[in-house]
Structure formats: C-alpha cells, structure tokens
Design a protein around this ligand. Structure first.
Ligand SMILES: Nc1ncnc2c1ncn2[C@@H]1O[C@H](COP(=O)(O)OP(=O)(O)OP(=O)(O)O)[C@@H](O)[C@H]1O
Ligand SMILES: [Mg+2]
Length: 260
C-alpha cells in the first residue's frame, strides 16, 4: 500500500457557485457569471467568491501539490476522493474548493465535482441548485449523464449532485456498489478530472469503497476535533485504496507558518 507523505495543506478558518451537459441560461450575466448564481453560493466556496483570500490560496496550494505528485510519479490522478474519519470535518467544502481551483486553473478541460455522500448530501446546497436528478438517478439508470450533470456557468465546473435519496437507512439497499463503480468508470471516460465528495470512513463502508474506485484519497482532518487514533483508524479502513495525504482543516494558516 502506498502512502502519501503527510499533510498537503493547512486550510484557514476563513476559508461559495451553480448548473456538462445541462445549463441554466437564465442565470447567465453579461460577463458569463450570474448575479442569481452568485447570490446562491455558499460564502465558504472561497476559491470562487474570494479568490485572493488566504483560504483560497491554501486550496490552490493543495491543488498544486497534487499536480506535483502526479508529475513526480508520472501518473494521472483523474479521480480523487475526498473523505475523512468522521462527520463534519470539511470534506464537502474541501472537495468543492479543490474542484473550483482545478476548473479555474484550466489545467484540465473538463472538471467534475460529484456528491457521492448519499447519507448527508450537501453540494447542491453549497451551489444553490436542486439535489435531483443526480448520482442516485444516474446509478439506477433513470437518467443519462447528459441530464444529471450540471454545467455551472461562470466557473467552468460541472456538478453531479447526489440525487433524490430514499432516506439514509435505505441508501445502501437502493444502489449497489457495482452500479456506483459503473458510473464512476463512465465519468472517468467523460471528464479529465473528477473530485468525489465521499462519506466518512469510520461511519459506513461506502467511504472506503469509493476511495477504492478512485485513483487516490485525501483525508480531511478537522483540527482540535479528530483524534490521532481516529485518523489512524480511518487510514487503516482505506485498505488497499491509495492515500494521497491529509488536509488539516480549521486552523489559521499563520499558525503553521503560512503566509498572511
Ligand atoms: N475551513 C473552514 N472554514 C469555515 N467553515 C468551515 C471550514 N471547513 C468546514 N466548515 C464548515 O463546517 C461545516 C462542515 O463542513 P463540510 O460540510 O464541508 O463537512 P463534511 O465533512 O462534508 O460534513 P458531513 O460529514 O456532514 O458531510 C459546514 O458548515 C462548513 O461550512
Ligand atoms: Mg459533506
């Protein structure tokens, strides 16, 4: 099992966007960004709302460290899973900001952010778009990816929301691992970079499964909340999935000797 070499980035506490296929023409403004869209964004999507902020800088640093790892190892990290040990550590925010940076840097032509946390989906809320149709309907073959994937105007990013879920307890029964794997495999063909917002590793089996079908996983660790033991357990849970590194979330960058 290959392991990453420690923390990738330190995200500031001062650490918001919308809908490749499907667009929302009414949202488009004269310069390609939309006032309606901007009003719906979560303010913590700093990579888009405050690109010059210290927090956005930290996400940029994280993105470039991943790029560097790709170049050093001569391989492509096309599908990256963002997970954590437990709930509320900042997975969704990290995945969204990382994908926004990737789309903004235009290193990859087509960048997709996927809400694969079917227990606690949140990306539709961050971007102010409906949750459905999304991954759930796509995995069940009820819609095509052209219908399920939204193109977010003004930020070059595509979003696959979680979909209309039948309730947390029914999630695993409603969608098989094979169906999920098939969908991720197809998205891998259609996009140059895919960022998966994945459930926590210690809460359910989906997290490790999704990390396993990705090219590598980032573990987000909420500072002053998650114990070393929990992080160690989470790493263990990854099994043969590749750990790319850990992201320490919720500390001021200057505490870590960062800028600003
Ligand atoms: N660096 C940060 N700066 C400011 N707020 C943050 C930061 N990281 C996380 N948060 C806030 O903490 C909450 C949890 O973040 P997020 O939804 O990204 O975590 P999560 O790990 O995806 O949670 P869940 O397990 O519920 O899916 C959100 O309200 C988010 O806005
Ligand atoms: Mg989340």
């Amino acid at each position: 099992m290959r392991r990453g070499d420690g923390a990738w980035g330190w995200l500031s506490r001062r650490a918001s966007v919308e809908g490749a296929a499907r667009e929302a023409p009414e949202d488009e403004g004269a310069n390609g960004t939309s006032e309606a869209l901007a009003n719906r964004l979560d303010r913590n999507l700093v990579s888009l709302t405050s690109p010059d902020s210290e927090a956005a800088d930290q996400y940029r640093l994280l993105f470039h460290r991943l790029r560097r790892a790709e170049m050093d190892q001569g391989e492509c990290l096309r599908v990256v899973a963002v997970t954590s040990a437990t709930d509320g550590e900042g997975k969704s925010l990290t995945a969204a900001n990382l994908a926004l940076i990737a789309a903004g840097e235009r290193v990859s032509e087509r960048v997709l952010l996927v809400d694969a946390d079917l227990r606690r989906p949140s990306l539709h809320g961050f971007f102010g778009v409906p949750a459905s149709p999304g991954l759930f309907e796509l995995a069940r073959g009820e819609v095509t990816s052209a219908v399920a994937v939204r193109s977010l105007k003004g930020c070059g990013l595509c979003l696959l929301t979680a979909g209309a879920l039948p309730g947390a307890r029914d999630v695993s029964g409603a969608m098989t691992g094979a169906a999920l794997e098939r969908v991720i495999g197809a998205l891998r063909q259609d996009f140059d970079a895919v960022y998966l917002d994945v459930p926590p590793l210690l809460s359910c089996a989906d997290g490790a499964f999704l990390a396993g079908v990705s090219d590598g996983a980032l573990i987000v660790v909420r500072a002053f909340q998650t114990s070393r033991q929990m992080v160690a357990q989470a790493v263990e849970t990854l099994g043969k999935a590749r750990l790319l590194g850990c992201v320490l979330n919720g500390v001021e960058a200057r505490r870590q000797g960062g800028r600003g």
